[in-house]
Design a binder for this molecule. Structure first.
Ligand code: GN1
Ligand code: MG
Length: 369
């Protein structure tokens, strides 16, 4: 990362760079917090986009401009409820008014404004936090609902298309094989038992039962920023995967992330459990903001979505482990295997609580309409 300081300087138009530090827990991009010697905005976020994942970073930036402009327009025309705050990160430009800087090695750098007086958490803190996480995703969908999905570029073809991940898994297994261990065998059996069902959302999409809308793509708990004083959701960050998709991917991802209190990297993966009460609170917050645009069919597939996105993320981690850790950043060779086992265990817990979760979805839906 030789060009890190120079990269920060490209976007530091209002003052000298005082400090630069790694920021957050991203599995894909490299993220840094930059502190400036400047009056007013003292911080910004600097990121090196992972171009092995995002092959067309210029599309990521185009979507980001379109989406942030739309969010701002929508916000300006619809007043927030009293006491509510909602912020949209701004894309920062370089001296030459470009939205990115390519370093001499070809790395793609871009910068975003920092959401002040806010913080995010890797795991849900309590029920009110869960409700705010749901509110944040609902607010985001609400603000984007009138943006025609086809105006958005596909920044990551195949993202959240489970059958595609199954295909990639098959190719990887055929080429690399799988090491023999009890954990790997558990993973292999786990995937086999759910292979046919893995098409559930894509089949519904193909049959015209579910429609494409603008989605966030990665609404996990730590991408919802909370006001430091009120604890209310104030922003959704990490918009690189905003693209046309099913809102089900987002709702599923938000719940698989929020309802797993042990997080994505616990000491003991076998203890992982899906907490239905947290799920209830997330759905309450979500339906409050976005429940009115969900159709009957949308509701029908919500449980499947919650189960599927946990399974899908497990499959993605498992495949990456078998492929030699080429997609997700890792600190040790077995890390993606552990991450996969966590998501598979979470999927099992969702399956075991199917009736409870269906009831929660129905009750919370009825509570808002
Ligand atoms: C990746 O890099 P990060 O942490 O924002 C991944 C998500 C996964 C997540 C799991 C583009 O997101 O899909 O849910 O890891 N992003 C991409 O932690 O693949
Ligand atoms: Mg992300």
């Amino acid at each position: 990362m030789d060009h890190l300081v120079t990269a920060a300087e490209q976007f530091a138009l209002s003052g000298r760079v005082l400090d630069l530090r790694e920021y957050g827990q991203g599995n894909v991009n490299d993220t840094f917090l930059v502190t400036l010697e400047a009056p007013g905005e003292a911080h910004f976020i600097l990121q090196r986009l992972n171009t092995a994942v995002f092959h067309r970073p210029e599309l990521v930036m185009a979507n980001l401009s379109l989406v942030t402009a739309h969010l701002r327009r929508h916000l300006a025309s619809t007043p927030l409820r009293p006491g509510r705050r909602w912020e949209v990160p701004r894309v920062l430009l370089t001296q030459n008014r470009r939205d990115h800087w390519l370093d001499p090695d070809g790395s793609f750098w871009r910068a975003l404004s920092f959401i002040d007086a806010a913080q995010s958490f890797d795991v849900i803190q309590d029920v009110p936090h869960a409700r705010e996480v749901g509110y944040g995703l609902g607010m985001f969908h609400h603000l984007l609902n009138d943006l025609p999905a086809e105006q958005l570029a596909d920044t990551l073809p195949g993202f959240h298309i489970t059958p595609g991940y199954l295909q990639h898994y098959d190719v990887t297994l055929a080429h690399q094989g799988a090491p023999s261990s009890p954990e790997v065998n558990y993973g292999l059996h786990f995937v086999e038992a759910r292979r046919a069902w893995g098409h559930v959302l894509e089949n519904a999409k193909a049959q015209g039962i579910l429609d494409l809308r603008p989605i966030h793509g990665d609404p996990k708990v730590n991408n919802v920023m909370m006001d430091q004083t009120t604890g209310q959701a104030v922003s959704m960050i990490d918009m690189d995967t905003v693209k046309p998709g099913l809102v089900h991917y987002d709702i599923g991802d938000c719940l698989r992330s929020g309802c797993n209190p042990l997080g994505e990297a616990p000491e003991n993966w076998e203890a992982v459990r899906f907490e239905p009460d947290i799920g209830r609170a997330i759905l309450q917050g979500y339906f409050f903001m976005a429940g009115d645009f969900l159709t009957e069919s949308d509701y029908t597939y919500l449980f499947a979505a919650i189960r599927l996105i946990a399974f899908e993320l497990g499959l993605r981690f498992f495949t990456d482990y078998l492929a030699g850790n080429v997609y997700f950043k890792t600190r040790y060779p077995e890390q993606n295997l552990l991450r996969a086992l966590v998501q598979f265990r979470l999927t099992e817990s969702i399956e075991a609580q199917a009736a409870t979760l269906q009831t929660i979805i129905r009750d919370e839906r009825n509570a808002v309409v």
